[in-house]
Design a protein around this ligand. Structure first.
Ligand SMILES: [Zn+2]
Ligand SMILES: [Zn+2]
Length: 150
């Protein structure tokens, strides 16, 4: 979802993040995609518009934005962190084949809750559901491999 530059500034201010052109560009790039890119992916995207952008700036900025709660790190159990510019309640489909991450919006999942006993005194602030498996493309590729073997 494309976020207006003025709205980006307003969000940064609300979250006490100093506004710079480079930071705004990184945040804009992240909110414009639903691919949950790695820091490296983002660096490559942003560098096309801002040739002076350094890899360090991208990594550092992602840290600042994550701390401020403006972006989310998606922990997929892969060794490379993936980032999400969408911090509203949603869940993920994660492909074990190609590491693709897709968003799942579902009110039922948002409303999942633990009983008092299950929570064991834990103060729950939120939850994220991850579905693991194989995307349509990976299943299709696998089918083709099987066919060739027959
Ligand atoms: Zn896949
Ligand atoms: Zn997401």
């Amino acid at each position: 979802m494309k976020v207006h530059p003025q709205e980006i500034e307003a969000r940064f201010r609300r979250h006490a993040v100093r506004v710079t052109r480079q930071r705004a560009a990184i945040y804009a790039a992240l909110t414009e995609t639903t691919s949950h890119p790695t820091a490296e992916d983002l660096y490559r995207t942003v560098k096309r518009q801002q040739p002076l952008m350094s890899r360090n700036t991208v990594y550092y900025t992602l840290g600042v934005l994550r701390q401020a709660g403006l972006v989310r790190e998606v922990n997929v159990g892969h060794h490379v962190a993936r980032f999400d510019g969408n911090v509203t309640a949603h869940h993920h489909l994660i492909c074990l084949g190609c590491s693709r991450i897709m968003d799942v919006m579902d009110d039922g999942l948002n409303q999942l809750a633990l009983s008092h006993r299950q929570a064991r005194g834990f103060q729950v602030l939120g939850h994220r559901v991850e579905f693991h498996g194989y995307c349509a493309e990976c299943q299709h590729a696998q089918e083709n491999v099987m066919k060739r073997r027959e």
